[in-house]
Every structure is written in C-alpha cells, then in structure tokens.
Design a protein around this ligand. Structure first.
Ligand code: SF4
Length: 189
C-alpha cells in the first residue's frame, strides 16, 4: 500500500486498544436488512455502484442475524411480522444498532391501520431515524455515518440496570423536495 515507505523505519506507533477496536467496528458494520416494502429498493440501490455503500465498509449484507450488528428496518411492518423482527433483533450480536428507514418503519406512514405497526420503536430500540418516503440512498448513508460516529465515540448508552438504551437520533432531510411542475387536477374537466 505504500504506507511503509511513508513511515520512518525506526518509529513506533502507540494507541489505545479501545480506539483500534472501535475503528475496526465502525469500518466493518455488517447490516441485517429487514426490507418489507418499497424502501427496500432504495436500500438495494445504496449498495450499487452509483452510491457504493462499500466506501463505508457496510456493504456486506449478511441475511443472518448472528453475523450482523446493524439492523435496517426498511418498510412497513405488519403486526403479524413483528415477532419475526423482534426475534431477529434478539439474535443479533452485541453491540448492535438499529436504523429505522422511512416513514413507514418510523411511524406507520400512510398506513394508519390496525394491521400495521405504528413505529417499530415501540418494540425495539431505534438508534437512528432516516426520514423520507422513500429516503434517498444518500439519506440512508447519512444514517449509517451517524451510527459510525457513535461507534467511534463508543457511545453505547445503558440504563442503570445495564440494559441498552436507544440513541434516538432523528436525521434532518438532506434535500429539498421539488414542487410539482404543474398543478394536479383530479377528474375530467
Ligand atoms: S416510507 Fe414510503 S417508500 Fe418506504 S415503505 Fe413506506 S410507503 Fe414505501
């Protein structure tokens, strides 16, 4: 890599072990995608060459909770699916993180019905809320970077009993929605 030539031969590097561990952790986040609806398509786009999630070391989707440390809930979650989501979260390796991607995962979105969970944070701790319907891939990357900053600072909040608490970080949209190019008319004129 040429790194050796940049370093003087007789020098010694010292660092804190925790810093090395956190650096390795945040550079190799392994997401567990829980994609149930249209947000899942944007999640897939995030890994493609145009957005290239690999730049952040987080492109290795595992599809196995025991090998994952970042749960990305992308899409609406029905009441019937909820036990599956909870089981996946329980099986993931510690320390683990959760991103709620899109309006449906965070609030139920437009699906204000008895069959759809009105926010997954009622059942699992959510660290980062990514806004949008759907969020653009850049927005999801913003959410992953927020998680990486937290890992760097070793910010794993716990309550007095030692239970993991959610970070509850709500991201601001990083884009301005454009107005409709022309007024929308409904019905024949
Ligand atoms: S937030 Fe929008 S894009 Fe995402 S799952 Fe819900 S309806 Fe689909």
């Amino acid at each position: 890599m040429g790194l050796e030539s940049a370093l003087p031969t007789d020098s010694v590097l010292t660092t804190n072990l925790n810093r090395v561990i956190n650096w390795a952790r945040r550079s190799s986040v392994w997401p567990m995608p829980f994609a149930t609806a249209c947000c899942g398509i944007e999640l897939m786009a995030t890994a493609c060459s145009r957005f290239d999630l690999a730049r952040f070391g987080a492109e290795v989707m595992r599809f196995s909770p025991r090998q994952s440390d970042l749960l990305i809930v992308a899409g609406r979650v029905s009441v019937k699916t909820l036990p599956v989501l909870q089981r996946i979260y329980a099986q993931m390796a510690e320390p683990k993180w959760v991103i709620s991607m899109g309006a449906c995962a965070s609030t139920g979105g437009v699906f204000d019905t008895y069959a759809v969970v009105q926010g997954v944070d009622q059942f699992i701790p959510v660290d980062v809320y990514v806004p949008g319907c759907p969020p653009r891939p850049e927005m999801l990357i913003e959410g992953i970077m927020a998680i990486q900053r937290m890992i760097d600072q070793e910010n794993i909040p716990r309550d007095p009993s030692g239970q993991r608490r959610a970070l509850n970080i709500a991201l601001n949209p990083n884009y301005e929605p454009r107005h409709q190019p022309r007024p929308v008319t409904i019905g024949a004129t």
